[in-house]
Write a protein that binds this ligand. Sequence first.
Ligand code: GUN
Ligand code: ZN
Length: 428
Amino acid sequence: MTVYRGFVADTPDDPFTGAPLRAETDAALLVRDGVIVERGSAATVLADNADEDVVDLEGGVLIPGMVDTHVHLPQVRAIGGLGMPLLDWLEHRALPEEARLADDAYAKGVATDFLDGLARAGTTSALVFGAHFSGAVDELFAQADASGLRITSGLVVSDRMLRDDLHTTPERAYAESVELARRWHGHGRLRYAVTPRFALSTTREMLDACEQVVRDVDGVWFTSHLNENPREIETVNELFGPGYDDYLDCYDQHGLLGERSVLAHDVHPTDRELQRLAATGTVISHCPTSNASLGSGLFPMRRHLDAGVRLALGSDVCAGTGFSLLKEGLQAYFAQQLLAGVGVPLTAAHLLWLATRAGALGLGLGDEVGDLSVGKAFDAVWVRPAEGSTLAVNLQHAVDEPDAVARLFALGTPGDVAQVWVAGSPLL
Ligand code: GUN
Ligand code: ZN
């Protein structure tokens, strides 16, 4: 058994319903077989366990492993494409890079870069948009299995409006998805997610094939994009036509909404869509740096909360500008500030909740990870800035624990992540 001692901060209860941050400057966690078995003040836990190894996490902050609910595997090498709205950015920046993953050797290097990027940013669980090529997705799963990260992913499928080399057929999409799910779904910490790229690039027949995979493979997840950009939404409405109420209805009519469904963005929802998201328990992955970078808009968080829609956070690399969910939390805060009058005033507790426990709940991992309570796996991140760095100076001058966590979100980067554990095993 090991005792981890330091400044521990987490959010076991929802700040959106008024719960406070839980933080203690000199706390300790006793971990046995990767699970937290005791938690308390350092004095108490150390006195109870005088013979156990102690890992002293002095300086910095220990937070739960972060949970990224929307991030793209094939885009890790294409971050920073600025100045284009969604559809132009896809054509000129994202899709040419995604086509390179047809080459298994290239895909192997990308998977390594991608999983490294997650771990170094302190992300321990993620719902990952895979590649359009089953070899690349198989490679991601194999490397994820070896890494220990909690990864849910799948083959991205599309049959129109991208580029020919990224298209497939509904029959082939079904066969390859089922085969990947058979190999990886439920294997260790891995799970399969049925992943049509977005309604714009999938015919009704392709969505039928997706529905069939969801029906045929027990417990699989579903993920896609929703209401990101006005031109995208207009095109989806034209393609699907009058038989469909709106963008969300394209997924809904094909049986693809529910508590294991996660849709990214939803920057421009209708009230009907919000009601339907809430009624089905579908999760929205809010991707703040992506929304800002592509000029997609300011996320209407208040309307989502009022409607009772489940929310979590996504980095959306590479429209998003990096893997750090600290940065996403800060940008979520900025976006709400800019929505003068109708924004949600987010506190440090909200940001930590969104980056950790909200994601764990959104991905159905709430019983295992997302906070550092007794009974949870020790998935944790030690943010320990270099001595003399502006973050270190600011942590020293924090007036209280919530202020320290606010400074962490304001200034923390992957460069400040000193160690990351999944179920008690260090990743760095
Ligand atoms: N919509 C369809 N594909 C993508 C993608 O790769 N990134 C984003 N942000 N939106 C999308
Ligand atoms: Zn995306």
